[in-house]
Write a protein that binds this ligand. Structure first.
Ligand code: E4P
Length: 217
């Protein structure tokens, strides 16, 4: 499973990228706001660090304006993925931009039928938001499983990008189901390394090591 980092925080992206943990990046208008940076400037900086797909989201609502914004965002760098909302206009824009050879990430997907439409419109990625479904007491991982089955049934090439990942348990679940990609905030990716038994084991080993009176260096 590929790891995308869901942030516009350049320092965090650089740190995780240096560790080999970043296959791509996703941003959205809320993350741009959080960064306090200009969208074109910060997205360019991210594309200079990460060679994989970097999603930048349009904000227009009608297809013509979405296409125009998408084309502009795509001039930032060759690895830009135009992020479009899953509306009828978003699907129209997806078809046009995909046919032009741009990578497209169709976002804000909350049903298997929406994912089916995105695949037919040529989306490179579909982003089902599992955390936001969990927020309204619907199991978001069931949606990932349904989309996996449907895409496999018909050999759709659209990649399932599990989004709105809020916990380490979400990561395990979507990996088990077979999502192609997951995107998570930097703090969730860092937490994947933590386990209380690892910490307890280190503490015991260090205590015993002190008793040996030895040094390695
Ligand atoms: C994905 O592309 C989105 O930017 C993101 O995963 C949304 O996550 P949230 O629901 O935690 O805001």
């Amino acid at each position: 499973m590929k790891f995308f980092v869901d942030t516009a925080d350049v320092a965090a992206i650089r740190e995780l990228h240096d560790l080999g943990m970043v296959d791509g990046v996703t941003t959205n208008p809320s993350l741009i706001l959080k960064s306090g940076r200009d969208i074109l400037e910060v997205t360019k900086e991210i594309c200079d660090i990460v060679p994989g797909p970097v999603s930048a989201e349009v904000v227009a609502l009608d297809s013509e304006a979405m296409i125009a914004e998408g084309r502009k965002l795509a001039t930032i760098a060759p690895n830009i993925t135009v992020k479009l909302p899953l509306t009828w206009d978003g699907l129209k824009a997806c078809k046009v931009l995909s046919d032009e050879g741009h990578m497209v990430n169709v976002t804000l997907c909350f049903s298997a039928n929406q994912a089916l439409l995105a695949a037919k419109a040529g989306a490179t990625f579909i982003s089902p938001f599992i955390g936001r479904l969990d927020d309204i007491n619907i199991d978001g991982t069931d949606l990932i499983a349904d989309i996996r089955t449907i895409y496999d049934n018909y050999a759709f090439e659209t990649q399932i990008l599990a989004a709105s990942i809020r916990s380490v348990a979400h990561v395990t679940e979507v990996a088990r189901i077979g999502a192609d990609v997951m995107t998570a905030p930097p703090e969730v990716i860092r937490k994947l390394a933590s386990h209380p038994l690892t910490d307890a084991g280190i503490a015991t080993f260090l205590k015993d090591w002190e008793k040996t009176g030895q040094k390695i260096l």
